[in-house]
Design a protein around this ligand. Sequence first.
Ligand SMILES: [Fe+2]
Ligand SMILES: [Fe+2]
Length: 214
Amino acid sequence: MKRPNRSARSAALVGDETSPLLACTPASWVEAAAERIPELLVDHANCEKKAASTALALIFAYPEDRALAVALSKLAREELKHFEQVDRLMRELEVPFVRQKPGRYAAELRRCLHSREPRRKLDLLLVSALIEARSCERFDLLAERLPTTVAGLYAGLRESEARHFERYLRFAESELPGEAWRPRLEELAAVEAELATTPDRDFRFHSGPPSGAR
Ligand SMILES: [Fe+2]
Ligand SMILES: [Fe+2]
């Protein structure tokens, strides 16, 4: 797999054989995050809720896939626990909840989804794997850069998100065994890498570096 835009720092996942990610988060995004912790936490809390709701939506969309339903039921509960952890930290740090416009990352990835089955199910699993993997990579980077109050939480969440992306990938693999899922993963991963690394109008947990950041 070609790995464009790889920075000198070897982030935990990019470059790893098991990682679906094609590009490291730019250092300018990490620096923006360190300067904008309240915004980061608000969006992160939203991401955890969204991760739980995505898992539930998949359970409803594919009820006949009972192995998927049971795995995602557990995953959704973990995501809601993460939400509660972030909410607790926001209260400790006196970060108010502020409504934010949805960012471009999830919207653009959603535009790539096939509309027809069985391709749609494969795409949903692969996109979920990519989002979880990006979360995992960013938790790792932020755990090194942010103050200990936030870094401690992020170091702990990293492990869960690693399990989540692996789980989604295994289910994708079982949809199209024999490596046939991999070319589609590479197509979606190229879009994801672009979204995570190119200048973005809004700063979000999964955004590119905010426009104006150097
Ligand atoms: Fe999570
Ligand atoms: Fe997750």
